[in-house]
Design a binder for this molecule. Structure first.
Ligand code: ZN
Length: 160
């Protein structure tokens, strides 16, 4: 069967940036299993996978607007160093966990100037054109319960 809305897709993937560096891969691990058409993957990759079937291999180049978006200046926050008790060695480039109005988030310390710390809440892959190599291993129809939950159950999925 071909990949369409509410297919459960099992696949191996390798993600590289424009320079060819591997950012993420399922090679050597369990393949990725996801429910197609419910926003489980970035939209550009789901679009490329639509209509594919088991044993298909594809290379997909996904621009930022169909992946993790553009970097936004309003996602830079300047906070006081005092907020970081216990974080003795606050250095540029380190990741910190923080509470936002939309729940916990990870930010990168992008600048330190006196008492001011600039936190960057942009996704690390914002502005990055993604190069995916994908091998589709299996496609099946989702169970009614999986569709209701919006995720895959069983092998590679939620155990509950
Ligand atoms: Zn569930």
């Amino acid at each position: 069967m071909i990949i369409a809305k509410e297919s459960v897709v099992t696949m191996h993937y390798t993600l590289k940036n424009e320079a060819g560096e591997v950012l993420d891969t399922s090679a050597g691990r369990e393949p990725l299993v996801y429910l197609h058409g419910v926003g489980g993957l970035i939209s550009g990759l789901e679009k490329e996978l639509e209509g594919k079937q088991a044993n298909d291999k594809l290379n997909a180049v996904i621009p930022p607007e169909e992946a993790y978006g553009s970097r936004r200046d309003d996602l830079l926050r300047i906070v006081s160093k005092e907020g970081f008790q216990g974080e003795e060695a606050l250095v540029e480039g380190m990741r910190v966990q923080l509470e936002t109005d939309r729940g916990p988030a990870v930010a990168v310390v992008s600048g330190i100037e006196g008492e001011n710390v600039t936190l960057d809440l942009n996704h690390p892959l914002a502005d990055v054109t993604l190069h995916f190599e994908v091998e589709v291993l299996n496609v099946r129809e989702a169970e009614a319960e999986e569709i209701a939950h919006g995720h895959v159950h069983g092998e590679g999925g939620h155990q509950h």
